[in-house]
Write a protein that binds this ligand. Structure first.
Ligand SMILES: Cc1cc2nc3c(=O)[nH]c(=O)nc-3n(C[C@H](O)[C@H](O)[C@H](O)COP(=O)(O)O)c2cc1C
Length: 184
């Protein structure tokens, strides 16, 4: 089973990365294959809302007109069996890099060709509030709605705050393990 972890933080040593790393360990313990992608290091523009209607090629052809790293990452996501979406909590919401990718991905799913291989894909969300610690539950609601409207099967959405990161690491590892094992 192949799992892609999409990280909406650019810090490989940060709190979101630590949470995602615990999930990675669980996936590996369950004999899953895993690849981690740091979204801010890719070039993924925000949606241009191409036409006056707000739509574009996403709706008519199932792909995006912008020639950046989106298409390659979308192909990788489609080829995976499951996804982990890990974001730092910004203003009680998901980070800009994760939002830019998911906003554009779910639009392509409105066309049958873009919809292919997204629907029913299992997704686990993790929201890490690393400042005051507030906003993780609100971020989870937002991320869960984005996952659902992208067509994913929401496996779970886990709120984490700076004050409980350490104690949540075992649960995050278990979630990664279960994500693979319960799919077999
Ligand atoms: C623009 C911005 C908004 C933020 N908003 C919140 C917030 O609402 N709640 C919170 O606890 N932390 C907030 N933070 C702190 C981040 O959650 C924290 O920096 C992040 O978890 C660190 O993750 P990282 O170590 O993976 O970079 C914010 C940080 C930034 C840059």
């Amino acid at each position: 089973m192949k799992v892609i972890i999409l990280l909406g933080s650019r810090n490989p040593e940060g709190q979101t990365a630590r949470a995602a790393d615990a999930v990675r360990k669980g996936i590996e313990a369950a004999k899953g294959q895993v690849e981690t992608v740091f979204l801010p290091s890719l070039q993924i523009e925000r949606c241009r809302q191409c036409d006056d209607s707000g739509w574009g090629l996403c709706r008519s052809e199932g792909h995006c007109v912008i020639p950046d790293d989106m298409a390659q990452l979308a192909a990788k996501v489609r080829a995976a069996d499951a996804l982990v979406l890990a974001t730092p909590v910004y203003y009680s919401d998901v980070s800009e890099s994760l939002r830019a990718f998911l906003d554009r991905l779910r639009r392509t799913g409105t066309h049958p060709s873009g919809h292919k291989d997204l629907d029913g894909k299992r997704a686990l969300g993790i929201c890490v509030a690393g400042g005051g610690g507030g906003g993780a539950p609100t971020c989870c609601v937002s991320l869960e709605r984005i996952m659902a409207t992208s067509g994913f099967e929401v496996w779970d959405t886990i709120p984490v705050r700076r004050q409980n990161l350490e104690s949540k690491l075992p649960a995050l590892k278990q979630a990664g393990y279960d994500l693979v094992q319960q799919a077999v």
